[in-house]
Design a protein. Structure first.
Length: 339
């Protein structure tokens, strides 16, 4: 089959179409906010890929588990199966630039003969600067010759199988996340009808001590979202900040199997319908990134709990075995057979 190289205009059109597809996908999240959690779950598998690339990978292969470029698979000692079609992703394009005495940066192609010599002699330093994007390709692990038995080694994903997940564990995990983000959380009597609030000036959260565990967890996530998204001054309106925080809380609750309230989902739908596509994208991108980060932080805490529990169990079993052996040795020493 003959490969026809795409023209610059064709490449630009492809980038435009893919970008529009991503924005349409984000728009659908406002129409069905309950589906956002599926993307958050998917995103957790591709933590080091950009928001746009996660959207692209999911749209092409919803069941994808791990991806790498053709070259990277080769470096790992594996190969892509013959006939497999790569998954499209955005790849950054960089250009080398240098700085002149006027403090402005210029492409090396704009360098004079003298400047080129200075660059060659390393008297003028170069740096890479983002110049745009191009379409690249990656391949899922299922498209390679990696044996299924080796999947866990490559993917290296810890799975939490703890069935005893109480609200308190979620709350403790969220508080540990807050601590790691240097956000102080205090419980006290809150005046009025508020369940809690975030204070940007002190980077702290005050929680009502009158809440049941589910409402406490929901409110804590809502305020944590504010702490991660709105600590610094932004051009966002109060309502835009609230829809981000409410969406984050709704998604995180659903991620842990807690049903979001109809009021919360309706609020996200109603407000989302008033936004431009560009604003929808900007708000949702940051919201989803925050939800991914919070769930990852809570799961890290839950995983550490599970590991500590296993270590404690192993220690207790070891102590019991040691006690049993000591008791047995003691009885053996006391027993003196008749001669």
């Amino acid at each position: 089959m003959t490969y026809n190289k795409k023209s610059l205009d064709e490449k630009k059109e492809e980038l435009k179409q893919i970008t529009e597809m991503i924005r349409d996908k984000v728009k659908q999240y406002y129409e069905k906010p309950e589906n956002i959690v599926d993307f958050v779950t998917f995103s957790r598998k591709f933590y080091h890929y950009s928001f746009n690339n996660r959207q692209l990978i999911q749209s092409q292969m919803p069941a994808s588990g791990f991806v790498a470029s053709y070259t990277d698979w080769k470096k790992k000692g594996y190969s892509v199966n013959k006939g497999e079609k790569g998954l499209k992703i955005f790849q950054p394009v960089t250009k080398q630039v240098f700085q002149r005495s006027n403090k402005n940066w210029y492409s090396i192609y704009e360098a004079t003969k003298h400047e080129k010599k200075m660059i060659k002699d390393k008297k003028i330093p170069l740096k890479n600067e983002y110049a745009g994007s191009k379409i690249g390709h990656v391949f899922d692990i299922s498209q390679t010759n990696v044996p299924i038995k080796d999947y866990p080694t490559i993917i290296k994903r810890l799975v939490i199988s703890d069935t005893d997940r109480t609200y308190q564990k979620y709350i403790d995990g969220a508080k540990e996340y807050a601590k790691n983000k240097t956000v102080k959380v205090t419980d006290e009597k809150v005046e009025g009808i508020a369940n809690g609030f975030y204070s940007p000036s002190t980077h702290s959260i005050t929680m009502s001590n009158q809440l049941d565990s589910q409402n406490y967890f929901s409110t804590l996530i809502h305020e944590l979202a504010h702490s991660q998204l709105h600590q610094k001054k932004t051009t966002l309106t109060t309502e835009e900040k609230e829809v981000q925080a409410e969406t984050t809380a709704s998604v995180v609750l659903q991620f842990y199997g807690i049903e979001a309230t109809e009021g919360s989902l309706s609020y996200i739908k109603d407000y989302g319908s008033k936004l431009t596509e560009e604003k929808q994208y900007d708000l949702m991108k940051d919201t989803i990134e925050t939800a991914v980060d919070i769930t990852q932080g809570i799961d890290d805490y839950l995983i550490s709990l599970k590991k500590n529990k296993e270590i404690d169990t192993e220690k207790r079993n070891s102590e019991k075995l040691s006690d049993f052996k000591n008791e047995k040795d003691s009885k053996t020493a006391q027993y003196q057979p008749e001669r």
